[in-house]
Design a protein around this ligand. Structure first.
Ligand SMILES: Nc1ncnc2c1ncn2[C@@H]1O[C@H](COP(=O)(O)OP(=O)(O)OP(=O)(O)O)[C@@H](O)[C@H]1O
Ligand SMILES: [Mg+2]
Length: 236
């Protein structure tokens, strides 16, 4: 599944219509940035894409023709990961938090190896034995991304992944997102700070009045930019 398309999504809460016919295409190895005012419906849209929130109406196409969202709910839950701005950490160490992502059936040596790979990949080795509940916001986000990475998702939906982070924490997080993109994962990042994601972004979308507009090309985004290292530099 290298492309997933959401068609004509509608969602209301009470009297308020949040999504009013939203269309969205996510491609493997491609990052879309989603902006919009507070309450525009970004988190709601991400949760619908992750199979966590039910739309009132809408269809999904994973390359096999359009089907009702309901039909693909389970597939969406398996193939996508939704990352909250303040990721939940389970009791236990960072290592144990990563281990939760792996199926119980994973043989012990393989299990250990995968957790070690995730720790190295997300630069978490020095805090591997720390209690996950005591981590800083930036560290938590990296644990959450590494935990998601172990699940080998097709799509990652990131809700304000760098809000309240200092520059170094933000850089480290964005470096991981570059790596995910290079591995062919489709990324959708909701953020109020598009400029931080310049090096990562292929298309910049604005959610407004319940619909998505293809807002600016990435070149236009460049005009608003604080430079971030290119992906080649970033992965080093
Ligand atoms: N479960 C819910 N029940 C009732 N209203 C909800 C629910 N979830 C979201 N809403 C409302 O839907 C609207 C869109 O919320 P959402 O969290 O998707 O916005 P957002 O674009 O992510 O905002 P922000 O930029 O502040 O994160 C808001 O007015 C919110 O109060
Ligand atoms: Mg939100």
């Amino acid at each position: 599944m290298s492309q997933i398309e959401f068609i004509n999504l509608h969602k209301h809460f009470g009297h308020r219509q949040i999504l009013t016919g939203t269309n969205l295409v996510l491609n493997g190895g491609y990052c879309s940035l989603l902006s919009g005012t507070n309450g525009a419906g970004k988190s709601t849209l991400l949760r619908i894409c992750a199979g966590l929130e039910k739309p009132d109406q809408g269809e999904v196409d994973i390359g096999l023709g359009q089907q009702a969202w309901k039909r693909y709910r389970h597939t969406l839950q398996l193939e996508t990961v939704y990352l909250h701005q303040q990721p939940y950490m389970f009791d236990g160490t960072v290592m144990q938090n990563l281990a939760y992502a792996l199926p119980r059936s994973t043989p012990q040596p393989k299990h250990k190896q995968l957790v070690s790979e995730a720790l190295a990949w997300a630069e978490l080795e020095s805090i591997a034995s720390n209690s996950a509940k005591t981590l800083s916001g930036g560290e938590r986000q990296r644990v959450a991304i590494a935990r998601a990475w172990l699940r080998k998702p097709t799509v990652m939906l990131l809700d304000e992944p760098t809000t309240n982070m200092d520059q170094e924490a933000r850089r480290r997080t964005i470096r991981l997102l570059h790596s995910l993109k290079e591995q062919g994962i489709a990324l959708l990042v909701a953020s109020h700070d598009p400029k931080h994601f310049y090096s990562l972004t292929n298309s910049w979308l604005e959610l407004s009045a319940g619909r998505i507009e293809d807002m600016f090309s990435v070149n236009e985004l460049a005009d608003n930019v604080i430079p971030i290292p290119s992906s080649q530099q970033a992965i080093r």
